[in-house]
Design a protein around this ligand. Structure first.
Ligand code: ATR
Length: 269
C-alpha cells in the first residue's frame, strides 16, 4: 500500500516539497505519495488529526504553523526543543513525534554542498525571528562563533541570552557591525520578501566570505549587496530546502536520498 505524507502550510501553492519528495521516492524506489495541503489559519491541529485519521504516516510543516506543530507533538527531538518549532511530524500510534530538520539542512548545505566549514568561523546571523531560532543551535554544534544582529535589539539579545551556554554568541545592532568582518553571513530575516536590505555596514565580508540567504527563488537585495561588497560565494536557500527535506525523508523512510541531482534539477527549472 502506498504510504501517504504531506506538507501543511498557509499559503502552500508555491511549495517545492511535493516535487522534492517525489524525486527522492523515485530515486530510492519508495512507494509513497506526498501532497501539499493548505490548512486554514485556525485549522492546523484539525488538519493534522484528519491526516492521522486517514492513515498518513507523517507530514512536514511550514509557515506559519511550526510553533503550533511544536505544541501538538507529544514527543520532541532535542533539535526541535532548541528551535521551539517543528517542521517534521511522524505519526506513530497515539504519538505525534516532532522533529526540526531546518538547522541540519542549513549546515549540510553550507558544509557539504558549498564546502565551507563552520568550525572556528565568525558567523553573522541576521534576524532573530523563527527562521534564525530554527537554525542557531546547529551553528553552535558545528563550531561557529556567532554574532546576532536584528532590527529590534531586544529580540537579538533574547536569542543570544537563550544560547549563551552553547558557545560564543553576542547580540549587536547593525550599526555596531561597522569595522567587523565575518567568514559567513547568513540572512535569516524575511527582508527579501519585501525586497529590502537589512542596514548592513560596508566591509563586513572577510576575503573568501560566504553570503547565504535562507530565502530562495529570487536574487535578494542582500545577495546583491554581498556581490557588490566582496563576498566570494553567494548562495540562496534552495540547497537548505532540499537538505532539510532529505533529513525528514530519511526519518520517515529509513533511506538517505541523494540530494545533489535534486538540487541540480530544481536549479534548472
Ligand atoms: P521568520 O519566521 O521568517 O523568521 P519572523 O519570526 O516574523 O519570521 O521574523 C522575521 C525576522 O526578519 C525578524 O528578525 C525581523 O526583524 P525584527 O525582529 O526587527 O522585526 C526581520 N526583518 C524583517 N524585515 C526586515 C527588514 N526589512 N530589515 C531587517 N530585518 C527584517
Amino acid at each position: 500500500m502506498t504510504d501517504k505524507y504531506a506538507v501543511i502550510g498557509h499559503p502552500i501553492s508555491h511549495s517545492k516539497s511535493p516535487l522534492i519528495h517525489k524525486m527522492f521516492a523515485e530515486q530510492s524506489g519508495q512507494d509513497m505519495s506526498y501532497v501539499a495541503i493548505e490548512a486554514p489559519l485556525d485549522g492546523f491541529a484539525a488538519t493534522v488529526q484528519r491526516l492521522r485519521a486517514e492513515g498518513y504516516k507523517g507530514c512536514n510543516v511550514t509557515v506559519p504553523f511550526k510553533h503550533e506543530a511544536f505544541k501538538l507533538a507529544t514527543q520532541h527531538s532535542g533539535r526541535a526543543r532548541a528551535a521551539h518549532a517543528v517542521n517534521t511530524l511522524i505519526f506513530e500510534g497515539d504519538e505525534i513525534l516532532g522533529d526540526n530538520t531546518d538547522g541540519v539542512g542549513l549546515v549540510a548545505d553550507i558544509e557539504t554542498n558549498l564546502g565551507c566549514k563552520f568550525l572556528f568561523k565568525r558567523v553573522l546571523l541576521m534576524g532573530a525571528g523563527g527562521a534564525a531560532h530554527g537554525v542557531i543551535w546547529h551553528l553552535f554544534n558545528a563550531g561557529a562563533a556567532i554574532i546576532i544582529s536584528n532590527r529590534s535589539m531586544d529580540k537579538a539579545e533574547q536569542l543570544a541570552a537563550e544560547f549563551e551556554g552553547y558557545g560564543t554568541v553576542f547580540a549587536k545592532s547593525y550599526a555596531a557591525l561597522a569595522g567587523q568582518q565575518f567568514d559567513i553571513v547568513i540572512n535569516a530575516t524575511s527582508s527579501g520578501l519585501a525586497d529590502e536590505l537589512p542596514p548592513l555596514p560596508e566591509g563586513i565580508f572577510k576575503p573568501g566570505a560566504l553570503a547565504y540567504d535562507m530565502m530562495y527563488g529570487k536574487q535578494t537585495p542582500f545577495l546583491r549587496f554581498a556581490q557588490q561588497h566582496g563576498a566570494a560565494t553567494l548562495a540562496d536557500g534552495l540547497g537548505m530546502l532540499v537538505e532539510q527535506a532529505a533529513v525528514a525523508f530519511e526519518k520517515w523512510r529509513g533511506v538517505q536520498p541523494d540530494t545533489a541531482p535534486v538540487i541540480a534539477k530544481l536549479r534548472q527549472s
